[in-house]
Design a protein around this ligand. Structure first.
Ligand SMILES: [Zn+2]
Length: 165
């Protein structure tokens, strides 16, 4: 028998960073700062990400492009790889993302690509924690309490288990 299902998630929208709590506002500021270190000569699209750890340390990452395009890396994955490598005993609890074109910060929030969503989901899974995602544009800020919600039906380690059959 066929069953139709809907998958949905909730997010909160704000009009300006001043409406965020102090910690999130601080994380957005760090993400903007991170974007200044982006290396984006090809897309001219500079992205900054900042991850807050459960020990309150903030780790920044930016997009680093490459002439061999697939060798580039997104800001979100750069920041999360950095936290996992340098703070293995701490857990990421939030990530803020902001992007700039040559005209300045994007009006709308920019959402992580599929690869980064998969990495956020894995970090949540392995740390047994929800990662709060804060997407910041000039006119709108979106907050998603569990990053994995951005990737329904995500691939997970559960698929890698060897079948007993
Ligand atoms: Zn990405």
């Amino acid at each position: 028998m066929m069953i139709s299902k809907n998958i949905s998630f909730s997010l909160t929208e704000y009009k300006s960073v001043e409406e965020l709590n102090k910690e999130d506002e601080e994380l957005v500021t760090a993400a903007k700062k991170a974007a200044e270190t982006a290396y984006a000569p090809y897309s001219k699209f500079k992205v900054g990400a900042a991850v807050r750890l459960d020990n309150s340390v903030i780790v920044k990452g930016s997009n680093i492009e490459n002439a061999a395009f697939p060798s580039g890396i997104c800001a979100e994955r750069n920041a999360l790889s950095n936290t996992a490598s340098n703070y293995p005993d701490s857990k990421p609890v939030a990530i803020a993302v902001v992007a700039f074109t040559e005209d300045g910060i994007t009006k709308e929030p920019v959402s992580p690509c599929g690869n980064c969503r998969q990495v956020i989901a894995e970090e949540e899974f392995r740390n047994n924690i929800n990662i709060r995602v804060i997407l910041c544009g000039a006119n709108k800020i979106q907050v998603i309490e569990k990053g994995g919600d951005l990737l329904p039906l995500q691939f997970s380690r559960n698929y890698l288990k060897i079948s007993s059959r």
